[in-house]
Design a protein around this ligand. Structure first.
Ligand code: GAP
Length: 547
């Protein structure tokens, strides 16, 4: 999460209301809820699964299946090809050694000896607080409410009533625990005394499992923490099998797993999630231009599907944030409503990875009889011989040049994108009901392309042949898109149910339909109603979704 001061949020919203709507209307459920829930795991309900699938489909269509290999896209240095793969979740364990995840993919955690709670070290924030000549560093977990929480904790810690809050003095602003030098007198987020936190310890985020009947280290494998490595290790297979030529990209959508120490903020940080990743292979001389192209292209994608310009930023990593092999990385970040004012959460990273990944997988092979996770060390103590030992260099069939391509990696999270679109869509407005009385309406303003239900079909009343006509229209449209039939209750109530589901169009069959075969189409956002011929409904709605 990062801070930015120059961007205004256009629409503050209440996260609790969204969480409650998500459950009530079947977007998201806590996993294993009837057993008390499983922290960091989420299930998508009937509306949620459609929304997330539409987002993944839009990504796949825009990046892969509808990509025009022959034209030069605006801002691109040249035409390029796009293709896809679907690799396994469990890969050879040595993949993770070569990629660096086995040795380096960890967070620091601390335990509180008093509350027995565990925290990610960098997610504890706090402030120096003094009263009666005693100074302590009072902490809480980073959140939008951190400042208020620290003030409340300070009152409790010094055993003061709230009317005495002005007797407490504060020094400096809220800072991350990792940034303070003095580690004594820290009051942990759920502790009553100071000094109960352990020293930070490394914690590898990969989930371990055992393959086959072997027990012990020989059978050890890992659930992938990213889909990217499945692409790198198939680079040669794709080149040899599909006549692609550099520059080209390989895309993959799939589950990834990270044993996050503190999953939080709804689905934002989950332990099981889906990624949408592209590894784009290009000539080293052109990689800077391709990096610039992909940054702009991915940013524009989120805007096109409805994320507002005021809540979306592109953040270039500082030099000290970059991996040693990367010459540039930028994050596309969104002002999620659960973050403090001015903070943004990562939706997608676009990294210039140089030739690091292909080179790592190309390095010399281990002794086949040794444990793949134990790596020989060189004289300098650094690991040697980590990769497959296979030649992954690329030979251009036209120029005959042989080189190791550079990689640009746009890596997005499908669940984070879904959460951002849910937050962006949530809105409330006031509309008159059937009797003209003002009513608050909750409306999910999804872009029609990602809306779970594209249109709802209502007979105005359950008689005069209207349900029959409505059902026939429903069956016709259902073959082309996800539509919903509803004949229960007053039509105004039916509209409101669809507004909450984010359905962009409602089609009503009424008395006039019986005479002139027209229906009304009501637009969720403008509330405009207009009539068209029933036979034109499919083309009308399809045009609106695609347009
Ligand atoms: N291959 C590069 C890579 O995995 P990353 O920044 O660690 O990079 C890419 O992850 C994207 O995956 C993030 O921008 C985010 O959208 C998503 N992601 C990462 N960890 C996640 C988590 N614990 N829960 C949900 N989404 C996550």
């Amino acid at each position: 999460m990062t801070n930015a001061t120059n961007t205004q949020k256009s629409k503050p919203m209440d996260m609790d209301k969204l969480v409650s709507l998500a459950k009530r209307r079947g977007f998201l459920f806590q996993s294993s809820e009837i057993y008390g829930g499983q922290n960091g795991f989420w299930d998508y309900g009937p509306l949620g699964v459609e929304l997330k699938r539409n987002i993944k489909n839009a990504w796949w269509q825009d990046m892969v299946s509808a990509h025009d290999d022959l034209s030069t896209l605006s801002g691109a240095p040249a035409p390029f090809q796009m293709t896809g793969i679907d690799s396994t979740i469990i890969l050879h364990p040595q993949v993770w050694k070569a990629s660096g995840h086995y040795d380096l993919f960890h967070d620091f955690m601390v335990d509180c000896r008093q509350s027995k709670k565990r925290y990610r070290y960098d997610q504890i924030v706090g402030r120096y607080v003094s009263y009666n000549e005693q100074t302590v560093f009072i902490t809480t977990e980073s959140s939008a409410a951190a400042e208020a929480e620290i003030e409340e904790k300070a009152l409790q810690f010094f055993k003061l009533k709230s009317k005495h809050r002005e007797k407490i003095t504060y020094e400096g602003g809220i800072v991350n625990l990792t940034t303070i030098a003095q580690k004594e007198n820290i009051v942990a987020p759920h502790a009553k005394e100071a000094g109960t936190l352990t020293e930070p310890r490394e914690f590898n985020l990969m989930f371990k499992t055992t393959v086959g009947a072997l027990s012990g280290e020989e059978g050890t494998a890992f659930l992938r923490p990213e889909t990217a490595q499945g692409i790198f290790i198939n680079f040669k297979n794709v080149v040899d099998s599909s006549r692609v030529r550099v520059p080209f990209g390989i895309a993959q959508i799939g589950k990834s797993f990270r044993n996050e120490i503190t999953p939080r903020n709804f689905t934002f940080r989950s332990r099981e999630f889906e990624q949408m990743e592209i590894e784009f292979f290009c000539h080293p001389d052109q990689s800077a231009d391709w990096y610039a192209f992909w940054r702009q292209r991915r940013f524009a994608w989120y805007q096109r599907l409805g994320l507002s310009q005021e809540r979306l930023i592109m953040r270039e990593h500082e030099a000290d944030e970059l991996s040693h092999y990367s010459t540039g990385t930028a994050d596309i970040e969104y002002a999620f409503p659960f973050l403090p004012e001015g903070e943004y959460g990562e939706l997608e990273g676009i990294a210039h990875r140089g030739d690091f990944d292909l080179r790592s997988h190309m390095e010399g092979k281990l002794d086949p009889n040794s444990n793949p996770l134990e790596v020989e060390k060189g004289e300098d103590g650094k690991p040697r011989h980590r990769g497959s030992g296979k030649d992954l260099t690329y030979r251009d069939e036209v120029t005959n040049e042989k080189f190791l391509p550079h990689v640009i990696e746009p890596s997005a999270g499908a669940d984070r994108a879904t959460l951002a679109f849910l937050c962006e869509a949530y809105d409330e407005d006031t509309q008159p009901d059937e009797k003209g009385k003002p009513q608050t309406r909750t409306v999910m303003r999804f872009h029609p392309r990602i809306a779970p239900i594209k249109a709802a079909i209502f007979p105005l009343v359950k008689k005069d042949g209207m349900p029959e006509i409505a059902k026939e229209l429903y069956r016709t449209l259902k073959k082309k898109m996800n539509v919903f039939y509803d004949e229960k209750g007053a039509v105004g109530r039916r509209y409101r149910r669809q507004d909450e589901a984010g359905t962009p169009y409602c089609i009503t069959i009424d008395g006039q339909t019986l005479t002139d075969q027209t229906v009304t189409i009501r637009d969720r956002d403008t509330l405009e109603q207009y009539r068209i011929k029933i036979d034109n409904c499919a083309a009308e709605i399809t045009g609106k979704i695609e347009g």
